[in-house]
Unconditional design. Structure first.
Length: 133
């Protein structure tokens, strides 16, 4: 399996302690710089108000299998939590698209560190919300 970086994050989050627990809890604006080879993939991206951003949490610990989530009092497996520490630190964040300019996206609500590799971007729609009985 191979992943390809399509872009990189630029923002004020320089250290792990700078990142909010959830991106939606922040008003911080981030820039996602898409590499030139992938900028054609942004065609019509401005038609979306919200985006799903998949990025690599490059400083997350990769040897953790159990953690205590913030709202819990007991251990959970990392696959039963949203912990960034996990065997493959692939992270997902839903962001608000503020501005699109050629090969650059300005977004609000991204909880990635400055310099994080962007792996993929997908539009977020109401269809992404499912109703489970």
């Amino acid at each position: 399996m191979q992943l390809q970086e399509i872009g990189v994050v630029h923002n004020a989050y320089k250290n792990l302690t700078d990142i909010p627990r959830q991106g939606r809890m922040s008003e911080e604006i981030s820039e996602i710089e898409i590499h030139p080879d992938f900028s054609d993939g942004l065609l019509k991206i401005e038609q979306n108000k919200y985006l799903i951003v998949l990025y690599w949490a490059h400083l997350a610990k990769r040897d953790i299998l159990k953690t205590i989530p913030p709202a819990a009092k007991e251990l959970h497996g990392v696959f039963a939590s949203r912990s960034p520490g996990r065997p493959n630190p692939l992270s997902l964040c839903i962001v608000e698209l503020i501005e699109y300019n050629g090969s650059s996206l300005r977004v609000k609500g991204l909880d990635a560190l400055d310099g994080s590799s962007v792996i993929d971007i997908k539009p977020y729609t109401k269809m992404d919300i499912i109703s489970i009985p």
